[in-house]
Structures are given as C-alpha cells and as structure tokens.
Design a protein. Sequence first.
Length: 283
Amino acid sequence: MTTITTTGSPKAWGLDVLGVKPEQVIPEALILQITSKAGFVEGDSPAVRVPAIRIDQDEIGFVPEGQNIEEADPNLAELVLHTGKIAHLIKVSREQIAQPEALTTILQGQKRAMIAKADYAMLQTPAPVGPATYPPAGLLAHAQDAGPIGDNLDALIDAQTMVTSLPGGVATHVLASPNSYAYVRKLRKGTGSNENILGAGTEAGPLTVLGIPALITSAMPENKIAVLDKNQILSAYGDVLVARSDEFYFDSDNVALRATFRFGVGILDPQAVQVLTLPDDTP
C-alpha cells in the first residue's frame, strides 16, 4: 500500500508555512515591549513552567570570619504560562491579488489587525474559570487594583512606589489608554490654573509620565492606566506564521491568506503591575 506523504502529494495536502519572528513583522505589539520572554510551547494544553524563588533578605547578613553560614529557607514557587492562538484567514480572488501592490496592502492590513487583536487579548482577556486554562488570562486579570487616580498625581506616585518596593523593582513603563493619558496630561497645578502638573507636553521626544516611558494604546480599557515593571511580566510566544494557498479554494479560483500567532502572559508578583482607574465622571 502506498504511503501518503507531503513530498508526493499536491500542495493542498501540505501547505507551505512561513515563520516570521514577531520582532520583524509586529515589533509594535505590546507583548514585545512590556514583557520578558520566558519560552514557548505549541498547543493549548502544554504550558511554560517558570521556576521562581523568593528569598527573605533578612536571611542574608554579615558573617564573621571563620564562622558557619546559617542555612536559609527560601520559598520555591513557579509561574505557569498558558498560551492561546489568534488566527486570521482571508479569501481573495486571484484577479484581485494580481493587482499591483494588492498583496502588500492586504498583508499590511492583516498585520495591523493581528497587532490590534494581540494587544487587546494580552491585556483584557478575562481569567477562565478553573480548572479551565483557555483562553489564557490577560495581563490585567493578574494585576493589582491601585484604586482611583483622583485629581492629582499622588495615586500614580503611590503606584510607582509599590512597583519599586519589590526587590529589584523598577517602574519601566506607564501603560494608558488615549483617554486616561489625556486625563493625566490635563491635571492642573491648582484650582483656576491653566498650568498642567506634567508640563505643557509640547516638547519633542518619547512620551513620559513621572519620567517613566509611556505607551498609549486603545487596547487598554479607556478608564485605566497602569504602572508596571516589565521584568516581572513573563511571556511565552512564538513566530507569526503566515501561509498562502492557491489551491485551498480550488472551486472558486480564490487565494487563501492565513496568519496565526500564539502567546500568553503572567506576572511573577501582582504588585509589579498597578492599575489605576479614572473617576466615574471623566468624559
């Protein structure tokens, strides 16, 4: 009996897939900017298990010369990263894809859609009800609620303090929706004042809040702003897999364009991501 293999079968039975590093095709994606990659797995069931150790600094001290060093009792733990796959399939006529620049334009649109969906899912996917692990929870489901912002920067300063209070902690980013960033930028120095607390905001250069690099994204809930330490946010993600098939829609003379991206995130310590909420009466 003949064995069916990909080498001897039509292309429809063994579609070519192009694997592209996310850093090359979607460098703007938040998962590449505010997380630290810990690994990658294929499939919804397998998980990346990251060992973690928590050592009480009080167990570390001076030891006189020649004296025995007392044994410490560290706390061992692990962070389990589950992943999920987002996918996009486009059906395009052969005549359309033959038009000048059509393929480039379509792929650019597909790229933008993948980034938008990946950002939203990475931030806002709710935690599944146990024992389910799919789809994997987004970053905000793991984060710590830091309360309302108020009418000054005190809450933001407190959030920064909480992040940096962790051993080795540093506030690497402020993550905000366009609405929440605008709210913070509009805070005045006093009643009747036209001077913004953060300054005019007209200078050129990267956006910052309290000197911390700021990322503005519509994937963030419009009434939320977060202070975070990317070193405490671990992720698992693979390549962006892009495939084209001229045979899949054989009966209609169409071309199939597919893109997939698998990823998941977790936080070593929830205190590393402080989420603040705008007042209810904010426009």
